[in-house]
Ligand binder design. Structure first.
Ligand SMILES: [Ca+2]
Length: 264
């Protein structure tokens, strides 16, 4: 879709509900741990990671098409989010700054997307998640029901996942709650699940996802998207959890890209 055009959008009211944090002391300690972990992870980047199918061959910078940067509106106080990554560390997870195996390709473009939400999206279509359109303005995202929800991309082939890049809302500073990303060959995610990212520090969504509390940092959505290292996780399906955001309870996606190597 040409830049500047808007998809028709339905007008449905979003319920606003600020997220409540847990014990401040516990979260402060966790934040210290997160900061250390992230600094270490940034130093290693993608190529040196382990995982189910570690890669030791040539690598290249992950080159993604970026949408237009949007001027961020009124600053939002996000200081209550204990595991929020400092911006300077978060820069290391811009997709254009990380490396993937030389043979990694974009696997997800145009692939089918499903969701845990049994209702029709409040706005948009699930297909927007893999349509390649990353415009951050209104009308280009899909919004599904509040509470813990997942969206799932069927790559239609088994693959080694090297990176998942997600564009959440980026019209202003906003942090998506409980981002959990998993890879599996089982479309029901009951068996053979590899969790490649988990920043749910309260554990509510993580329990639904079959994992414990997560040690990855929370992050502010930007037009760069957010790279999540796949570490060669093997599977045909990629599932992304969320549980509302720092502004409202809805779950919203603009685009997700899965990069990796098809399994022959
Ligand atoms: Ca899109």
């Amino acid at each position: 879709m040409a830049q500047g055009l808007r998809r028709p959008r339905e007008t449905k009211t979003q319920t606003v509900d600020k997220r409540h944090n847990t014990n401040p002391e516990t979260m402060r300690k966790q934040n210290q741990i997160f900061t250390g972990l992230v600094a270490g992870a940034a130093a290693f980047a993608l190529a040196s990671c382990g995982g189910s199918d570690s890669h030791s061959g040539p690598t290249r910078v992950l080159e993604v098409e970026l949408p237009q940067e949007l001027s961020v509106g009124t600053p939002v106080d996000l200081s209550g989010i204990a595991n929020l990554n400092p911006r300077e560390l978060e820069d290391d997870f811009r997709p254009e700054r990380v490396r993937v195996p030389e043979s990694a390709v974009l696997l997800s473009r145009g692939k089918p997307v499903s969701s845990s939400d049994e209702e029709e999206p409040f706005e948009g279509e699930l297909s927007y998640i893999t349509d390649g359109e990353k415009d951050g303005n209104e009308g280009f995202s899909v919004i599904i029901s509040p509470g813990p929800q997942w969206v799932q991309i069927d790559l239609e082939q088994e693959a080694l996942v090297d990176a998942v890049v997600v564009w959440h809302y980026f019209m202003n500073d906003r942090v998506v709650n409980d981002v959990i990303v998993q890879v599996s060959n089982d479309p029901t995610f009951e068996t053979g699940v590899t969790t490649i990212f988990n920043n749910d520090i309260t554990g509510e969504t993580a329990e639904l996802a079959g994992v414990g509390r997560g040690g990855d940092p929370a992050f502010i959505g930007t037009y760069h998207g957010r790279q999540i290292a796949g570490n060669g996780a093997r599977g045909q399906h990629v599932r992304l959890w969320s549980n509302g955001n720092s502004d409202n309870r809805m779950n919203e996606y603009i685009e997700v890209e899965v990069w990796g190597r098809p399994v022959e």
